[in-house]
Design a protein around this ligand. Structure first.
Ligand SMILES: C[S@@+](CC[C@H](N)C(=O)[O-])C[C@H]1O[C@@H](n2cnc3c(N)ncnc32)[C@H](O)[C@@H]1O
Length: 269
């Protein structure tokens, strides 16, 4: 059972900017409100070029999904998906193959409401309203079972989400719970705000997010690497997400001013 109390604790809040719609605003999407656009403008003024981090993460997501599809992984469970537009997982998959399934999870009610119509016409993708801090509820959910077969490899996608989970909720325990639920050949794609490489801009960004509905906790580079646990990290390992297998015809990171989001991809042996 999904923990209703936990979901109710995250009420609909359109007075404060929220992470999913801030992200959408930075990507130039149409699923955000004035509060998020105003927040994005102020953040961009304080940290010129910060939009590049959001774009680099979306490009990282695309490259990791393409990498996995090329290696036969067809199922994706994205935990903390935001609004799946502008080159999200199911769109990348649909360009490559007819055989895929994507289950998105988010705990922000309006994000889920915005997402459902986008997925209506795609039987191979769906979103559920759930909290990733409840792995048993998610992994045991009938909606998940309708799309994801856990006897086959599954790509767990935790892109720019764990930094919203406070230490008290033991984010590392959550990662392990999801990792334990998947068979060998499965994968973990993860990106996370990093406190190590550029602490000053990182602190500034965190101070901005304090005024949102989704404050962030940046963590050390070693902690982010540790998230992959016993999974085998694929080269180049954990790094600034723009540096993860950049395409030859694309500069590694077009906006390299803030290397504050680290991540990688690892496979379950
Ligand atoms: C910055 S967005 C990232 C979206 C997407 N993963 C991507 O990389 O494009 C983070 C998303 O995680 C969601 N989120 C944060 N904490 C969550 C939780 N405990 N359970 C489910 N979703 C969560 C937020 O609502 C938001 O939509």
């Amino acid at each position: 059972m999904v923990d209703a109390q936990r979901l109710l604790s995250r009420e609909m809040d359109i007075d404060r900017p929220c992470a999913a719609r801030i992200y959408d605003a930075f990507l130039g999407g149409g699923h955000n409100f004035g509060v998020e656009r105003e927040f994005a403008e102020r953040l961009q003024s304080a940290m010129p070029g910060v939009a590049g981090v959001f774009r680099d993460n979306r490009a990282f997501l695309r490259r990791t999904v393409e990498h996995l599809l090329a290696r036969g992984v067809r199922q994706f469970l994205e935990l903390g998906s935001g609004i799946p537009t502008i080159g999200h997982v199911h769109e990348v998959a649909a360009r490559r193959t007819r055989r895929f399934s994507v289950l998105y999870v988010d705990n922000e009610p309006l994000t889920v409401a915005h997402s459902r119509p986008l997925l209506d016409a795609e039987p191979r993708a769906a979103i559920i309203h759930a909290d990733i801090r409840e792995p048993d509820a998610i992994l045991g959910s009938r909606d998940v079972a309708n799309l994801i077969d856990f006897s086959e490899p599954v790509a767990l996608v935790m892109s720019a989400v764990l930094h919203f989970v406070p230490d008290d909720d033991d984010p590392m325990r959550l990662v392990r719970a999801y990792q334990d639920a998947v068979v060998p050949g499965s994968a973990l794609v993860l990106s996370h705000l990093c406190a190590s490489e550029e602490p000053e801009p990182m602190n500034l960004l965190a101070a901005f997010y304090e005024e949102t509905a989704d404050p962030v906790v940046a963590r050390p580079a070693e902690w982010i690497t540790e998230c992959f646990g016993a999974f085998a990290r694929q080269p180049p390992g954990t790094c600034y997400i723009g540096d993860w297998r950049p395409e030859p015809d694309q500069p590694p990171h077009r906006h390299p001013r803030y290397r504050i989001l680290h991540g990688g991809l690892a496979r379950k042996p």
